[in-house]
Design a protein around this ligand. Sequence first.
Ligand code: GAR
Length: 205
Amino acid sequence: MPKPTQQTRLPVAVMVSGTGRHLNHLAQLASSGELPIEICLCISSRAGVGALQFAGHWNIPVEVPDPARDLSPEAYGEMIFAMLEERGVQTVILAGFLRFLPIPARWENRVLNIHPSLLPAFGGAGYYGRHVHAAVIKRGCTLSGCTVHYVDNVFDNGPILVQRSCKVHASDDSDTLASRVFEQELIAYPEAIRMHLARMAESER
Ligand code: GAR
């Protein structure tokens, strides 16, 4: 199969708040031609996070709007989407982005998120990163996993694209479970982005 040309790559922004392993992985796949996206912009909710080093490594422009968190969620959302539209971004990939982002109607089904549980279990306010895995273990679940979904204006609520599961072992702590779930996340996000690309192509016919 021929590698996608620059013209056939979907212009995306990746939004981060932390270590940026997904940003790095998606940039690798984009660079090798395995995923036909172009990461035009990395937006971080915070300055100084590890993800920004990955952005630098891949020469991805970075913005850290409103780092002091002065803006209301509505004003923050308006600023972000104006920035994205100005740069021609067509799809937003939330990758560990931990600030509430109101989604305008015109962006419906164009903002994706990954969550480290099998939604709708262990989603919503307060469930992120290690907190999710600690809650899964405390509840005695024997299965966990991850979910990629379209984002709407309720936390961890929008239509689901991909879910992948893994076992929870009796010996797990939140770190060991996080690692096992993350292995599935690395498969789930590219798969979901490919599904999204196929849906976009279908809707353009
Ligand atoms: C990922 O495990 C992702 O599922 C989680 O944050 C991590 C980001 O890792 N997201 C959430 O908890 C969202 N509620 P990364 O910064 O290394 O890509």
